[in-house]
Design a binder for this molecule. Structure first.
Ligand code: GLN
Length: 488
């Protein structure tokens, strides 16, 4: 049973279907693994073993009656601690929400429950999804499963680390500027940021609402496709969620295999600051596709240099407004020292929010303040449009863009904590995708000499998730990096 934890989603789903093992057995294997390693990995903030096992039992009962709810029924899925799950704590990695218990289910959580998924644990994250390493979590720093002295990436740090370390089969993260793809890349798993509007944001704590998207993580493209299948689609509770036809992602992935697309390689994404091992590994992936018969074309995305400044204006502006609700009055921490209403706001926020979150609220308030609004926020919105146009120009010539996910492999804990700009740079290649609302996937394309995973990013046209999944699937069939297991 121990080996179950290393099964791919496809193997686990099939094993459950054929009754080779039960959901309770599978879930217990992941729980045992979590107990064995999470003291050193620290991917989980919280879990409710009894609740999880009850969900697994219910799945087994359904299956024994021939009433299985589908491919996800009985499969353990972990949630970033940003999604509301009724009756469970939701901290968002922040002291200010330390004791908050969700009164309802997020749409994604409801959809997972309706699909029979077994929800295992609440996964660590940078506070309010602001960060790239888990070091902004108010509670703990998650380790990278491939080297415990290094960070797992962020902000969906626990979601990537737990899947890579065999603590859970699949997980859900969120991606506002790279927070699914960058940790997936650093932990050696597959992570997808869908097109904006693909997955409902209802019940997902808001950071920067025009950029936030939930995204699935798994050890294989098939696992990501299966999660996306149940998560995507319209939601009357989120008007930004598109009324789209949901394709059969898993079937589409397998049936479109063999199709050759035109790949664009944006020169700007291979320039200064890119680690040489990351570069050569991604170039090898490009050569692989070329050898498979794909056409590879150089393209230009000159707007890259504006991505980080534009993101840190728009994201902080939206964050300063979204986070105003944590006021010490409703559902949050309230400072015991406050003696009047002003002090309640002031001291609760001062004590309850971390340094990086406060930095962003201040920045966001500044760029929205009168006199600066046009100079910063208004200008950034215009440049955001130019970034989108830049992508669309490239997509007139090519189907998919290929780039590194992160300029560097997992870095050492503490290495960038005193230099926010250096930390921001680790999202250089992922951020424009959110500003343009596009889908993008990160999949493992190699390892450094030290044994750290390297991620390759594919960026697609809007709503072309199946193309990205199909290409990642083709790659992993020829390069089974997902079968490599970290030594811990
Ligand atoms: N690391 C980026 C930030 O700190 C992206 C975060 C995210 O995607 N949630 O804002």
């Amino acid at each position: 049973m121990e080996n179950l934890i290393w099964g791919t989603f496809e193997q686990l789903s099939e094993g459950l279907e054929k009754k080779q093992f039960s959901s309770v057995e599978l879930t217990k294997a992941f729980i045992a693994r979590t107990y064995a390693i999470d003291k050193s990995l620290k991917a989980f903030l919280n879990f409710d073993e009894k609740k999880t096992l009850a969900e697994a039992e219910a799945s087994d009962v359904r299956r024994s009656r021939g009433q299985s709810l589908g491919r996800l029924d009985g499969v353990p899925v972990g949630l970033k601690d940003i999604f509301a799950e009724k009756g469970q704590r939701l901290t968002c990695g922040s002291r200010i929400l330390e004791h908050f218990v969700s009164p309802y289910d997020a749409t994604v959580v409801k959809k997972l429950k309706d699909a029979g998924a077994v929800l295992w644990g609440r996964l660590n994250m940078d506070e309010f999804a602001m960060g790239s390493s888990s070091e902004n979590s108010a509670f703990q720093v998650t380790s990278n499963p491939w080297d415990l002295d290094r960070v797992p990436g962020g902000s969906s740090s626990g979601s990537a680390a737990a899947v890579a370390a065999g603590e859970v089969s699949l997980s859900l993260g969120t991606d506002t500027g790279g927070s699914v793809r960058q940790p997936a890349s650093m932990c050696g798993v597959v992570g997808l940021k869908p097109s904006y509007g693909c997955i409902s944001r209802y019940g997902m704590v808001a950071y920067a609402s025009s950029l936030d998207q939930a995204g699935p993580l798994a050890r294989t493209a098939g696992g990501v496709a299966a999660l996306l299948q149940v998560l995507s689609g319209a939601d009357p509770k989120d008007s930004t969620c598109a009324r789209m036809h949901v394709p059969d992602y898993l079937a589409a992935v397998q049936s479109s295999e063999g199709k050759k697309w035109i790949l664009g390689v944006p020169e700007e994404y291979f320039g200064e600051g890119l680690d040489s091992e990351v570069k050569s590994s991604v170039e090898k992936a490009i050569h692989f596709y070329e050898a498979q018969g794909y056409i590879v074309k150089p393209v230009h995305l000159t707007s890259l240099e504006y991505a980080i400044p534009v993101y840190y204006i728009i994201a902080t502006a939206e964050a300063s407004s979204n986070l105003a609700r944590y006021d010490g009055i409703r559902y949050t921490y309230r400072s015991p020292r406050a003696k009047n209403i002003d002090e309640v706001y002031d001291q609760s926020r001062s004590e309850g929010l971390g340094e990086e979150v406060k930095r962003r609220i201040l920045l966001g308030t500044y760029v929205l303040s009168s006199g600066y609004y046009d100079a910063f926020y208004g200008k950034a919105q215009k440049v955001r449009r130019l970034i989108y146009n830049d992508f669309m120009r490239a997509f007139a010539e090519v189907d998919v863009l290929v780039t590194p996910t992160s300029p560097v492999p997992a870095f050492k804990k503490g290495e960038k904590t005193s230099d926010p700009l250096a930390m921001y740079l680790s999202d250089l290649y992922t951020i424009s995708v959110n500003l343009a609302g596009l889908p993008a996937i990160s999949f493992p394309c190699g390892f450094t000499n030290r044994g750290l995973p390297i991620g390759c990013q594919l960026i697609g046209k809007p709503w072309e998730e199946t193309t990205l999944l199909s290409m990642a699937y083709t790659f992993e069939k020829h390069h089974p990096f997902n079968l490599k297991i970290p030594n811990l």
